[in-house]
Write a protein that binds this ligand. Sequence first.
Ligand code: TYM
Length: 334
Amino acid sequence: MDEKKKVIFSGIQPSGNLTLGNYLGALKNWVKLQDQYDCYYCVVDLHAITVRQEPKELRRRTLEVLAIYLAAGIDPEKNTIFIQSHVPTHAEAAWLLNCYTYTGELGRMTQFKDKSSRYGESVCAGLLNYPVLMASDILIYNADLVPVGKDQKQHLELTRDLAERFNNLYSPTFNIPEPYIPEAGAKIMDLQEPTKKMSKSSDNPNSYILIMDPPEVIRRKISRAVTDSIGVVKYSDEQPGVKNLITILNAITGMTIEEIENKYQGQGYAQFKVDVAEAIVNELEPIQKKVNEILNDKEYIESIYKKGAEKAYYVSSKMLRKMQKKIGFIPVSK
Ligand code: TYM
């Protein structure tokens, strides 16, 4: 008998154009894991509206993110690819989980603290509750593994706490999901301020590489990336800019840190930067071509997200019903 595959859930917000950080921290690993696991890969548009979005841009980006998933190599025949707002169980289960979450634990989330200090008065309740929706995403598929970058680790811990809390209050209901954080690329840094995470919401376009940046833009941004005056290609905390570029090269090519340091010994940064830029271009250019092809085929995209939503709804409804029953709600029918 076939052993049942373990389940993966992960998602990316269409809240900005995707960066190399999203690619190396998440997407590239999703592709690697797709054969071993039963994977649900979602475009999390409900999360994106926790900060104001322009409707037209949100629509464009949602489809672009989906096309990027496909172009990066996620096989729609093997995986469930869908848009979060198409599957109402996510928001419904999030409401239930909200009633088992303490406001204190949400207020302690680093990402909430960062964002709320940035947006001041206009922080909406959704931003505080955001990690509960993320927990719902994961738990309603009974996911075993969640491949994410390092910045999501704290949200994963909250997810595990909520799952345990629910299991202890009622009876075993949820798996306790594990994060999968890659060894290389878990935290790609800002190219201009390399002590900060590379982020799609940064105001300075030179601080990030977008998955859809044309080759000449990638080359320019890498040539302008902040380094230092030491002049040695070394993986060291004293050289955060260089360390970040080494990480990028390591995550893309698989060359080890030692191999990279040895290769550029005594050469300064010029050739090193050229090679980092070329590695990124070689990785992203084929993906960009496919994204554009896919985006031109609206029917194809629609067929994928429709099929994905049907499967996701079918699977997640079972878990939602289980939660409702344990809480004490009356079933509509047996
Ligand atoms: P989001 O949209 O901010 O980022 C998507 C994924 O990219 C990773 N990431 C990075 N990895 C390395 N270096 C970086 N500079 C970098 N920036 C982003 C993130 O860790 C993430 O894996 N809350 C999530 C989306 C989400 C989700 C979920 C994820 C919603 N529900 C359920 C997993 C499971 C988020 O905002 O990711």
